[in-house]
Design a protein around this ligand. Structure first.
Ligand code: NAI
Ligand code: MG
Length: 334
């Protein structure tokens, strides 16, 4: 049967970069059906909710979702939509690959790192949040479970194996956060022993930040807890040319949501300036997940050629073109 993909265009630059990506998928000959769903500000205006039940039902039914960035209104009592979706569908693994392209304004030309971030626990558990009435103190709970840690570290080693990668680095702060990060590190060491074919390394998160900037070539797969993964993956995006180049997959047992790492970029929305590479690369992750590697490779080849020859690239890549010209350049090569 034909695969149906739930598509959420999202807010700000979302519709432009999602439309560009659908054109690319179609041109590459991917025979998908698309079912559109609303979330974010677009949904709030239409349905009075940020994530309507109808959208949740479609995500569940089709299992595969391609999603643009969503704006969560700040200070109006809304919880983050992304956090809601990750919790609701138990999307425990956030997979964020960064790969350098030559000839961009990026700092490095030889980066190929996947950050695998635990996506449901840690400092983002949402548990135990209190603020003293007089505002003098606030608390929140970090939660690490053995099950959660084992699941994400195994996922990282399995990914390494599947992709023929050589090394997994567990990033932690067990020297200070002895209980939570301590448990994560203990479990990471145990799991690592079950994968003798892959080199296991560990690194304290602050040192890891410095190492990523000074000597990023040493990294292959990074596995870490929620907050550290959030920060490190943006740092990694910065190594290869910024957020416009950074895709992410949120993967659970039953469902997966593929998206850009960046937000809705209100500063450039509606101006035809957004770089669609982030979502096109997310679609490549989606194709690999669906075991459509030949389509993934064809799209990767086309976009690499556009970026590396500077044929109609966007401003964040050092070019002078807009979203539609860039997309046309990719389409012409497919
Ligand atoms: P942002 O990621 O939207 O923008 C940061 C900077 O990067 C801006 O200067 C923007 O122009 C630039 N940028 C982002 N994507 C780009 C692209 N594809 N091409 C060229 N330049 C790009 O972060 P910001 O401004 O902090 O957040 C804006 C909104 O997005 C907020 O409402 C936030 O809640 C939401 N957000 C949503 C996310 C999601 O849905 N996954 C993730 C992060 C933020
Ligand atoms: Mg983030």
């Amino acid at each position: 049967a034909k695969q149906t993909i739930t598509v959420i265009k999202g807010d700000g630059i979302g519709p432009d970069i999602i439309d560009a990506t659908i054109k690319v998928l179609d041109k590459a000959g991917c025979d998908f059906d698309y079912e559109y769903a609303d979330a974010g500000l677009a949904a709030l205006e239409k349905h009075g909710e940020l994530v309507p039940q109808e959208t949740l039902d479609k995500i569940k039914k089709n299992k595969i979702t391609l999603k643009g960035p969503l704006t969560t209104p700040v200070g109006e009592g809304f919880t983050s939509i992304n956090v809601t979706l990750r919790k609701q569908f138990q999307l425990y693994a956030n997979v964020r690959p960064v790969l350098s392209f030559k000839g961009t304004k990026a700092r490095y030309e030889n980066i190929d790192i996947i950050t695998i971030r635990e996506n449901t626990e840690g400092m983002y558990s949402g548990l135990g949040q209190t603020v003293a009435e007089d505002g003098s103190q606030a608390e929140a709970m970090s939660l690490i479970t053995r099950e959660g840690a084992e699941r994400i570290v195994e996922f990282a080693y399995e990914t390494a194996r599947k992709e023929g990668r050589k090394k997994v680095t567990a990033v932690h702060k067990a020297n200070i956060l002895k209980s939570t990060s301590g448990l994560f590190l203990k479990v990471a060491r145990e799991v690592g022993e079950r994968y003798p074919d892959i080199e296991s390394a560990e690194m304290i998160v602050d040192n890891c930040c410095m190492q990523l900037v000074m000597n990023p070539e040493q990294f292959d797969v990074i596995v870490t807890t929620n907050l550290f993964g959030d920060i490190l993956s943006d740092l990694c995006a910065g190594l290869v040319g910024g957020l416009g180049m950074a895709p992410g997959a949120n993967i659970g047992r039953d469902c997966a949501i593929f998206e850009a790492v960046h937000g809705s970029a209100p500063d450039i929305a509606g101006k035809n300036l957004a770089n669609p590479t982030s979502v096109i690369l997310a679609a490549i992750q989606m194709l690999e997940y669906l075991e459509m590697g030949d389509k993934a490779d064809a799209i990767r080849k086309a976009i690499t050629e556009v970026i590396e020859t500077g044929d109609r690239t966007t401003r964040d890549l050092g070019g002078t073109h807009g979203t539609t010209d860039f997309t046309d350049a990719v389409l012409e090569r497919l």
